[in-house]
Ligand binder design. Sequence first.
Ligand code: ATP
Ligand code: MN
Ligand code: MN
Length: 439
Amino acid sequence: ESQDSGKKEAIVKEYACMRKTPLKSKNPDIVSALETLSENAFFHDDEARRLAFQKAAGVIKSLNFKIKNINQVKGLHDVGKHSLEVIKDIIEEGSSIEVENIINDPWFHQMKAFQSIYGVGPSKAKKWIAQNVFTIDDLIERTDLHSSFDHRMELGISFYKDLNTQVTKQHALAIKNLIQQHLEEILPGCILVLAGGFRRGKASGHDADILLTHPIEGKEIGLLPKLLNLLSDSGLVLHGTMETGHNNPQTIMKDKGKPLASNVDHFDKWIGIMKIDKNLKDLDSSDNENDLIQLEQNSLTETSIETKKGRLSKKRSFVQTLDNNEDFARDTKKKLASNSKMSFEQLLALSSKDKQWVARRVDIIVVPVSQFFYALVGWTGNKWFNRSLRLYSQRVLGLKLTSHGLFDLNRGTSLPANSEHQVFDNLKLEYIEPTDRNC
Ligand code: ATP
Ligand code: MN
Ligand code: MN
């Protein structure tokens, strides 16, 4: 028995970031049950329970065999008593009553539906349900509630259909390409990578996460406001929030002493909604990372960096000087804000008429090339993989991992990386492919 459980412990490594976790589990029913319990705990504000079920789900997702007998999972790391009972019910009875009860609870479904609205979190969702609001249409009809909506919620409700239609990878790549075309007018030679769920192998997702860098450090400074200004002039921006001015080395050095909230970084970024023409042609998904491979190769040797610089200097006449123009950033922010002054009524009218475009959630993150591969790991995710990486880094190495780098806080140093492989090397971890980071 004990010998047996010793073997099992070897099956599952302690940290999720040490395991290969593919998108498709061998035990989808169990994973879905544990994730339902986790989500339900989240809706009830029980973070500890949420995490416990999520961790158990993560372990099950990493198993490369179909569970036929409860003994196969007994003693596995992070699979607690409660999770074991649920797994046992599923393999022996076909389902878990506890999970069935949640799935059959209308409250759970209302929470799920409201949560899926852009700008809405669990506390708002709960409030609405308590006020007898049950559907998205209720939110539109109950005018007494309208004064409590902020602009993000108004957009989320108005464009619910657009925003809750999954974005395909081909479409996300077409959006990336569209942004790249606009960038060519501002700063040629930028490198864009579609990160997030698509990079982990998902065929569709809720947004396009686009990382943007330039092979010459510093060229990216002040780029985001210029890009947003141009996208806005092209009628491609519906709404968004732009963060700028954090993107300098001093800020990062100052901040590395402070524990950053797990999900927050200090890159220039735009989190928003684009207006994408319905006729935008999908792209083939094969070439997402060609630029990335080039970036890795270019940073390998001094000579190749020079080659790259040489190539770029030919285009110099197109390159505008990009100084960190805070005034320009401020003006652009103002301009973007005035675009989104539309009232709820106007938004509802806009979304219900026959329009030639769809609203799409897009995140654009501008990253200095020296931090690029840490940012890439952070924005590829998933969330639980990141959480595990950071915890491991803290506890085992005593180093602080963020999307900006890997920091030794005592010495005030950081470890550079010229590829994702090097990020893992620096962390003394075996490399995990993006498609195996679906914890
Ligand atoms: P989906 O397909 O639903 O979009 P996703 O995995 O792409 O799933 P996102 O919410 O788009 O989920 O986030 C992508 C990755 O970027 C996640 O791993 C997350 O940890 C990271 N991330 C998201 N928001 C931030 C943020 N504000 N700062 C730093 N990292 C973030
Ligand atoms: Mn995403
Ligand atoms: Mn995102």
